[in-house]
Design a protein around this ligand. Structure first.
Ligand SMILES: [Zn+2]
Length: 122
């Protein structure tokens, strides 16, 4: 199964407490990031720095633990997930973890054709 950060609110809260940083109280609506799958992990890349974080399919918010979302006053931003995430995951799960990669905009048909070409999976 594609790995996801479950309980991202508690994880973020604990991390920020250890750093002595305030916990974000609201979500900045003007910026969103897109979910992607990287080496079998559900992640989003920070739009403000070079950081990336595991994301939670059940809590569609992003908070960067590198720059602390300073560009949006330390608030959460939204994560956009594809409608067909389950289908994408099913195709990727036929691969080894290091080859479980998907970027926003890549079609399931493309992923399937890669599986056929590289794994012989039809
Ligand atoms: Zn960042």
């Amino acid at each position: 199964m594609i790995k996801s950060q479950i309980g991202i609110e508690n994880f973020t809260k604990n991390f920020l407490r250890k750093c002595g940083k305030p916990f974000p109280v609201s979500t900045h609506e003007g910026v969103a990031v897109k979910a992607e799958i990287n080496y079998g992990r559900l992640i989003a890349k920070c739009p403000f720095c070079t950081g990336a974080e595991l994301i939670d399919r059940n809590d569609k918010r992003f908070f960067c633990l590198s720059c602390f979302n300073k560009s949006v006053n330390g608030n959460w931003i939204r994560v956009e997930f594809p409608d067909n995430l389950t289908e994408i995951e099913a195709v990727l799960e036929q691969r080894t973890e290091t080859n479980q990669n998907w970027q926003h905009g890549e079609e399931v048909m493309f992923l399937k054709s890669e599986n056929t070409k590289n794994l012989g999976v039809v």
